[in-house]
Design a protein around this ligand. Structure first.
Ligand code: 5AD
Ligand code: SF4
Length: 499
């Protein structure tokens, strides 16, 4: 038997769960376990689960079946189940899945190490992780996949009562993390080389109400931290997206020109039944306000089809809202009844074949609109944070624009670099292009002694001003030749110049 036990964490669900998994991994490493390349090779397998729809539940059942079979051959193996499904099935989890040794909810991962014991040898069978007191896992060690990007949790739980949603039941009432703690974590991360932070909460825009502060103040404070070049946040609730946050987005150089703004339905009648507390009109007005303040803003969304009582006319309003807003992308979901939610008991559940038909039609419209939006980027220069090699072609690099679109491009940059990319092609989901750095450097020398990112910001400002002053900007390709089409300056620059 190996002296060092090995763990594998399998994650389902949202970014909050992925972030919790970073803590789970960090904690397991601290008690002496090493990471296994696959669940098959692990002595301790942790499933960090989701229960938002039926599908992740079904996938989990398959994983647990495999793990159970291996456990029959190796009875020392430990199977732990954490996260939202575990919390939702708290009373039944050990009878549903007898192979599970330890189960714990999303707020109690801090105790996992105690339950497993040093080296992962001490797991008590059939233990439900107590720790009913939910706590931020912020002080736990963390295992981050990428050195230059980090998630930072700013709140836990959710006070909304969306009638389809299980989250409030499993993650509890909203509690904000103290701003000093959030800022200290961001400063520490920036010191470790993190350039992009994503602030996480179930409803980031109601952050701070329990502490006498608000999300706009937090955004501004995070933006001011040295070394943080990009700030993202997810997810805001449209009902709480107020003017101060829009202004902070418009004025803070590091805050990216992107908002993920879940619409759910384009029909006011359905929105009411969902208890979203905004109407279609109010959402559209918010979009107008945001776009007026933050030019070139990318908007993405979540949409549900087949909510109980949704008629063909209601559904068409969702289709038309996609067109009217012009979403850059959207996550589309078939309504999935969740035990314990209000909607599960509603009359007029929509038949499966109707749901299937609607999701297909919705995906078609979403893809067409996204392709049109992405096509508008062709000919522009976008700032890209390089994440590594392209997933489809190892000779290309992959990264994300400030507007959060994936770009595959030809270039020489390394992971973690911020580079300019000339966009040459677009699909509904990705952009493609060529690194523009060399050409840019030739044209606008940067002052010595600044950091890479400061140089970029300086250069953007100069580029925009140069373009405005000459009136005839010239696009330079990476090999130094020029073309006659004029690229718009990168989105961030316009804002920074006028701010
Ligand atoms: N059925 C389908 N989709 C759901 N979502 C939340 N609950 C359900 C459900 N019961 C979607 C919402 C939410 C996203 C995270 O998941 O669109 O914004
Ligand atoms: Fe995330 Fe919700 Fe799934 Fe929990 S149930 S993992 S909060 S999406």
């Amino acid at each position: 038997m190996r002296a060092v036990k090995r763990y594998r964490v399998v994650t389902f669900g949202c970014q909050m769960n992925a972030h919790d998994s970073e803590r789970i991994k960090g904690m397991l490493e601290e008690i002496g376990l090493g990471e296994a390349p696959s669940p098959d090779a692990a002595d301790v397998v942790v499933f960090n689960t989701c229960t938002i729809r039926e599908k992740p539940d079904t996938k989990l059942a398959a994983y647990l079946g495999d793990a159970g079979a291996r456990k029959r051959e190796n009875p020392d193996m430990v199977i732990a189940v954490g996260g939202c499904f575990a919390e939702a099935q708290r009373e039944r989890i050990f009878s549903l899945y007898p192979q599970v040794d330890v189960a714990f909810g999303p707020g109690t991962i801090a105790h996992l190490a105690e339950w497993l014991g040093a080296g992962g040898f001490g797991a008590a069978r059939g233990a439900w992780g107590t720790g009913d007191e939910r706590a931020f896992a912020a002080t736990l060690p963390m295992h981050r996949e990428r050195g230059f990007q980090a998630w930072v949790q700013i709140s836990m739980g959710c006070n909304s009562v969306c009638s389809y949603c299980i989250v409030p039941a499993v993650r509890g009432r909203e509690a904000s993390r103290r701003p000093g703690e959030v800022l200290a974590e961001v400063a520490r991360l920036a010191g470790e080389g993190v350039r992009e932070v994503t602030l996480l909460g179930q409803n980031v825009n109601s952050y701070g109400r329990d502490l006498g502060t608000d999300f706009a103040q937090l955004l501004r404070a995070v933006d001011a931290i040295d070394g943080v070049e990009r700030v993202r946040f997810t997810s805001p609730h449209p009902k709480d997206f107020r003017r101060p946050v829009i202004e902070a987005m418009a004025e803070c150089a590091a805050v990216c020109e992107h908002a993920h703004l879940p619409l759910q339905s384009g029909s006011t009648r359905v929105l009411k039944a969902m208890r979203r507390t905004y109407s279609r009109e109010r959402y559209l007005k918010l979009v107008d306000e945001m776009r007026a303040a933050v030019p070139d803003l990318a908007l993405t969304t979540d949409l549900i089809v087949g909510f109980p009582g949704e008629t063909e006319d209601d559904f068409r309003e969702t289709l038309s809202a996609v067109e009217e807003v012009g979403f850059d992308s959207a996550f589309t979901f078939v309504y999935s009844p969740r035990a314990g939610t209000e909607a599960v008991a509603m009359a007029e559940q929509v038949p499966d074949d109707v749901k299937r038909d609607r999701i297909e039609r919705l995906v078609e419209v979403v893809q067409r609109v996204a392709a049109e939006r992405n096509a508008l980027r062709v000919g522009r220069i976008e700032e890209v944070l390089v994440e590594g090699a392209s997933r489809t072609d190892a000779t290309l690099l992959r990264g994300r624009t400030r507007r959060n679109t994936t770009v595959n491009f030809t270039g020489t940059a390394g992971a973690g670099d911020l580079v300019d990319v000339c966009i040459e092609r677009a699909t509904s989901t990705t952009l493609a292009g060529i690194q523009a750095e060399a050409a840019r450097r030739l044209r606008i020398p940067t002052s010595a002694g600044t950091t890479g990112s400061q140089k970029l910001k300086t250069r953007y400002v100069k580029t925009a001003r140069t373009a405005a002053a000459s009136g005839t900007p010239v696009q330079e390709s990476a090999n130094g030749s020029s073309a006659s089409t004029a690229p718009a300056p990168p989105s961030g620059s316009v804002r920074r110049v006028s701010a």
